[in-house]
Write a protein that binds this ligand. Structure first.
Ligand SMILES: NC(=[NH2+])NCCC[C@H](N)C(=O)O
Ligand SMILES: [Mn+2]
Ligand SMILES: [Mn+2]
Length: 316
């Protein structure tokens, strides 16, 4: 493959360093267990796997988030666990920002996808014109007005874009993301209100329909052409493991059939690595308490291999 041609990353320091940000957090959705995702990914050997790829790996342990008792965190409107999600994602934003600032590549392991409110805020605070490639079955762009579930993992993108009513609890989230900086791949379960938001804001998305129609190679190229036409902007890749088909990654909270194959998921990561522009990576929504042991192992292994692909593992 093309490892010799991979451009030297302009934004990463030498020796190239990956900073693992383990986020055992489940407050953005109702199913327990997703907080164990990062613990399982690290136990499966992710750190040594990345070292073998030639990265210095920094891991300061999984983040300990302050706890807020459910009774102290009643819903704000329909938003569930709002204070907890706000405080956790704010602290994640600070950690990610400090790694990006030092030229380290933060690899944030979720945990649920509300965490991306923090990771992307952190990246954009250092590189305001970075682009975001969001790989997911879902658009996670509900506002407090459109959400049916009240689960904040279905809303981080709208907060980052500054859409919807302003919730004082989340006033730390600055609307740093502009619609043209964002592109989706893998969508197939998008709520009616979200479809309207995507349309009204002209947000580019490649659903599974386009993946079927054009093939993943062309889709990634078109996605990059949209957010990064000159291939000169840093990239934040936010990968929700439920983008993969449930037959590939069964242990996740909101599986949707008809997803990316094993290779399509890895191809996205490989192609983004090849740009030499990746500065931050999220791997979210691995939930080891859902499904049987074999499925859990399979999902954790796929999670590790997606991260390896994004950090330069090649087939040949
Ligand atoms: N990160 C995820 N898995 N999000 C699923 C979101 C599902 C649904 N659209 C909601 O807003 O509740
Ligand atoms: Mn999802
Ligand atoms: Mn998601």
């Amino acid at each position: 493959m093309s490892s010799p041609e991979t451009p030297k990353p302009k934004w990463l320091s030498e020796p190239k360093t990956a900073a693992i940000v383990g986020c055992p957090f489940s407050g953005g959705q109702p199913k327990p267990g997703v907080d164990q995702g990062p613990i399982n990914l690290v136990e499966a050997g992710l750190i040594s796997q990345l070292s073998e790829l030639g990265w210095q790996v920094k891991f300061d342990g999984h983040h300990q988030f302050e706890e807020i008792k459910a009774s102290d965190d009643p819903p704000i409107g329909v938003l569930k666990n709002p204070r907890l999600v706000s405080r956790v994602t704010q602290s994640v934003a600070e950690v990610v920002s400090s790694h990006v600032k030092r030229g380290e590549l933060p690899v944030t392991l979720g945990g649920d996808h509300s965490l991306a409110m923090g990771t992307i805020s952190g990246t954009l605070s250092q590189y305001p014109d970075a682009c975001v490639i969001w790989v997911d079955a879902h658009a996670d762009i509900n506002t407090p007005e459109t959400t049916d579930s009240g689960n904040i993992h279905g809303m981080p993108v709208s907060f980052l874009l500054g859409l919807g009513s302003k919730i004082p609890e989340f006033s730390w989230v600055k609307p740093l993301l502009k619609p043209g900086q964002l592109v989706y791949i893998g969508l197939r379960d998008v709520d009616a209100g979200e479809k309207r938001i995507l349309r009204e804001n002209g947000i580019k998305s490649f659903s599974m329909h386009e993946v079927d129609k054009y093939g993943i190679g062309k889709v990634v190229e078109m996605a990059l052409d949209h957010v990064n036409p000159q291939r000169d902007r840093p990239i934040h890749l936010s990968f929700d493991v439920d983008a993969l088909d449930p037959s590939v990654a069964p242990s996740t909270g909101t599986p949707v059939r008809g997803g990316l194959t094993f290779r399509e998921g890895h191809y996205i990561c490989e192609a983004i690595y090849e740009t030499g522009l990746l500065i931050a990576l999220d791997l979210m929504e691995v939930n080891p308490s859902l499904a049987d042991d074999v499925s859990v192992q399979q999902t954790v292994a796929v999670g590790c291999s997606l991260v390896r692909s994004a950090l330069g593992e090649v087939l040949l």
